[in-house]
Design a protein around this ligand. Structure first.
Ligand code: ATP
Ligand code: MG
Length: 638
């Protein structure tokens, strides 16, 4: 099969045919950036059947990476062998598994995906710094955003104080000492948070030119989607991954869609990129996604932003004007009326294709409220968001056991398996007893937990058998696939012997499906035989555990989560001052960076539309009087 390039327009074709050297495709929403990226990768694979180089495709979410993989798989066979399509975080984890020993990291490091775990680690750093008398003032909870920021900007420990001072943070010296201890503790405990993954990988690339060269050899071509939202650490990583000789970096981006400034993205970064790599810039002015009327209001809206790239062409419509206007604006007195109108309108117009609609809002609070109104009106819907952890007792227990088998002395995991085991079996085991028992033996918490459980006479014979036979397997990390098989069998048989637990199993079915899906993705990326227990755990921690969306239900997305996607019918709700734009941006003023980002949020939202766009707002939201959003006027809609 040949990759069929006939559907591409001339500009797109130029991008897809791009051979060597750096290229930036700077273009608006729906212009085919992601399409061009996947076509180019496919074309290169197809044209070099005898070569062994791999192409590295980087994105921000696992979902986007999986989608990229799917699209490329559909275009060329064997794409898996020739590409690595992954996220910045997953790539860095991979690098650290191979080379992290230079920094004192073992390959089985764990990933702190939970905010609570990061806060606890920071609390420990604060305690270590001797600030225990000041515990009320300095807490992990209060300071974790500053530490995150230091990591997102890849600030080295010796520069942290100056950086914090430049940000007008008064406690700069003390916070920089917490930062230093926090990073030390991550290494000591062999655990990294998301920012830590990137900074440690960066440190490695900076310190070890040979590792860098190895990456250049394996991945001589690098492609990045949605570049506009890279933060400084990720950008620095990228500058190391690209060989300075060949500079084969292919980037697609839209400066009007930067919506992660709070995460360290910055409009200046695109300019920096162009300068650093002497990038040629290619544009794709034609939009294939939206009706012309939507493009018109999108152009009007975004023209109010200052400092846009001067040379980017205005979006042009490729679709033709329809007889009926695709844009509807609706005004209500109360938010509740707005929400139930959306529910009724969706039922009336799109009952057969609920999943082709989307409700978009700036905040999760609005979406949660929409979902409860949808429920009352009998409209199936779901909140599309990241979920960091399995929460039902069976999966919570299982994940905890795997983690404890990997880390052996993790008090938090021990606490979790004790808690969930109580839910599953009604047997209460004491964390401290188990830890002191472990200390008198081999120090292994999981084995100590198993012994403690087996000592209890109430334990059922099935559970006893399972714990006796299977826990040693996993604690010796022998065959975790077999352990998983046994564990699921044990769990599946639990409801019968413990009918009182039934309610805990309602979640189980859904979470087990998610688990199976994630395992499938991880196996597709690495191959079953290559997967070790620690790799499995790391990949699980990098991925969302959100369930697969139901087929006949309306997805409800925050604007941030809808990035890169498209839907037939978009309902943008809550277009009032204090929501979109946010209260914080209004406080900063109309020319502020924050306000411009809010405008880009609105721009991203409306440009998800393929057929129809409904925009709504109310004069009272959650009991407070609200003005219509200024963006309505800017779009010429009021
Ligand atoms: P965003 O900035 O929102 O991520 P994008 O620039 O990545 O948008 P794509 O998602 O690649 O845009 O493309 C938008 C839509 O237009 C997709 O449905 C894509 O299949 C379609 N499309 C792009 N180019 C063409 C083309 N030449 N012919 C037909 N359809 C096209
Ligand atoms: Mg895209």
């Amino acid at each position: 099969m040949m990759v069929d390039l006939s559907s591409l327009n001339e500009n797109q074709l130029n991008a897809v045919q791009w051979q060597e050297g750096p290229l930036l495709v700077l273009a608006g929403p729906g212009s085919g950036k992601t399409r061009v990226l996947t076509y180019r990768i496919s074309r290169m694979i197809e044209e070099s059947p005898d070569k062994h180089f791999r192409i590295l495709g980087l994105t921000f979410t696992n979902k986007a990476a999986a989608e990229m993989r799917e699209r490329i798989d559909a275009l060329v066979p064997n794409a898996g062998e020739r590409t690595l399509l992954t996220t910045f975080h997953s790539f860095c984890a991979d690098l650290l598994r191979q080379h992290g020993h230079h920094q004192g990291l073992r390959p089985d490091f764990s990933i702190l995906s939970q905010q609570a775990d990061r806060q606890a680690l920071l609390d420990e750093a604060i305690f270590k710094a001797g600030e225990k008398n000041n515990e009320v003032f300095y807490t992990g909870e209060r300071l974790i955003p500053v530490i995150t920021r230091l990591l997102d900007y890849s600030i080295s420990i010796d520069k942290a104080e100056t950086f914090l001072q430049s940000q007008n943070i008064r406690e700069a010296p003390i916070i920089s000492s917490f930062y230093s201890l926090y990073r030390q503790l991550m290494i000591e405990k062999n655990s990294l948070d998301f920012g830590g993954l990137i900074s440690e990988a960066l440190f490695l690339l900076e310190q070890k030119p040979s590792i860098k060269k190895q990456v250049h050899r394996i991945y001589p071509y690098i492609c990045v989607d949605e570049f506009q939202d890279t933060n400084l650490s990720q950008y620095k990583i990228l500058t190391h991954l690209v060989s300075p000789v060949t500079k084969n970096l292919f980037v697609v981006a839209d400066d009007d869609q930067i919506i992660y400034q709070w995460n360290g993205a910055n409009p200046e970064r695109l300019k920096e990129l162009q300068k650093d790599f002497e990038m040629k810039v290619l544009q794709l002015p034609e939009n294939y996604r939206c009706p012309p009327e939507v493009i018109d209001i999108a152009n009007k809206l975004i023209s109010h932003n200052l400092n846009r790239s001067a040379d980017k062409e205005l979006l042009q419509a490729n679709k033709s004007i329809s007889k009926e206007s695709p844009i509807h604006v609706h005004f209500f007195d109360e938010w509740e009326e707005e929400a139930s109108w959306v529910a009724k309108d969706i039922l009336k117009r799109h009952e057969k294709s609920l999943n082709k609609c989307v409700v978009l809002a700036r905040t999760r609070r609005l979406l949660e409220s929409i979902i409860s109104v949808f429920e009352k009106n009998g409209v199936p819907s779901y909140l599309a968001m990241r979920k960091d952890e399995f929460v039902g007792a069976p999966m919570f227990w299982l994940h905890g056991v795997l983690r404890l088998a990997n880390s052996r002395q993790d008090r938090e995991q021990l606490r979790r398996i004790c808690k969930s085991f109580y839910t599953l079996e009604g047997i209460n085991l004491d964390v401290n007893d188990i830890m002191s028992q472990a200390a008198t033996e081999d120090g292994d918490y999981l084995r100590a937990w198993q012994r403690a459980a087996l000592q209890r006479s109430e334990i059922s014979s099935e559970t006893r058998l399972f714990l006796e036979q299977s826990i040693p397997k996993i604690s010796d990390r022998l065959d975790f696939w077999k352990f998983l098989e046994d564990a699921f069998q044990w769990i599946d048989n639990l409801p019968e012997s413990h009918p009182q637990n039934e309610e805990f199993f309602s979640e189980y079915k859904e979470e087990k499906e998610t688990w199976d899906q994630l395992i499938m993705e991880i196996v597709a990326q690495y191959g079953r035989d290559q997967i070790t227990l620690h790799l499995l755990l790391q990949e699980l921690d990098l991925r969302s555990k959100a369930p697969k969306p139901p087929k006949h239900a309306v997805p409800c997305f925050t604007i941030h989560a809808s990035k890169g996607m498209e839907f037939d019918h978009v309902y943008l709700v809550g277009l009032v001052e204090d929501q979109l734009p946010s209260w914080a941006a209004i406080k900063k003023g109309d020319d502020s960076h924050e306000m411009q980002e809010e405008r880009r949020n609105c721009f991203v939202a409306i440009t998800r539309t393929q057929e129809s766009l409904s925009i709504s707002y109310s004069s009272r939201v959650f009991g407070y009087t609200k003005e219509p959003s200024r963006f309505l006027k800017e779009m010429g809609l009021v």
